[in-house]
Design a protein around this ligand. Sequence first.
Ligand code: SF4
Length: 304
Amino acid sequence: MEKQAIKIGHVETKSVMTKSNAPLGGFSVNPYVGCPHACKYCYASFMKRFTGHTEDWGTFMDVKHWPAIANPRKYAGQKVIIGTVTDGYNPLEEQFGKTRLLLEQLKDSGADILICTKSDLVLRDIDLLMEINRKNRLTVSWSVNTLDEAFKDDMDAAVSIERRLAAMKRVYDAGIRTVCFISPVFPGLTDIEAIFERAKDQCDLVWLENLNLRGGFKKTIMDYIAEKHPDLVPLYDEIYNKKIRAYFEALEKQAEEMARKNSCRFVDNETPYERVPKGHPTIVDYFYHEEVRGTANSGKRNVR
Ligand code: SF4
């Protein structure tokens, strides 16, 4: 994907910590508004509505400025997810260092910190991450939904898949819990078994999440499939227009079988916290999770 010029702004905010509606509950923390990774399927693009931005998603970014987190210990034991509607390690983090600042502020909090990224800039902070890992629960997750760099380039402006996997290995080897987040799974394009094979020796968890198409980007993705993969149009029509779930139900069975063959735990919508023997990551099924789980904060627990 062509790298776009990014319009940079600055916003003052009273607190960077926001109660989360995500399935994992806890707090969402986003040191930036907007995301230069510009993923075509980014559900966070809805943010534009709330922030007054009219530019295309991926072409603007606001740097947040917040007062030092008062009493970080109040987050002890709480989930703190960094990067739910931005990537805290987007390339401009190199210049602004807000994610690093945030980690410095949380390093003695005792929070259960999860960093979600598509970057290897996280390696800049490996010493800090190791320090945090000694005192808190820490997990770093990389989104990897393909091994095909050309497809990746069509979808996002983040670093290559190879660089993500190399970063995952270094962080894993440093003793930090890592996740290979196979998301979003593109029907007919994402090969979950190939990705699993590539990542299984360097992650503790493999998360599986289906591609959701809603809002403005549904048309973008459907047009892309029609142009680049016309043979897949009937499948996408079945899933995203007719709402038939057979594809993902079959994939769920395939994932469960892959777990069995590799002696991995297979769980539905949980994030067990443990390091696992190398080569046997816990596989977590998040397909259609928004209907299944509710959120820990809302207390709703829907049952499929
Ligand atoms: S990295 Fe995440 S937040 Fe950034 S554009 Fe991609 S999906 Fe959206």
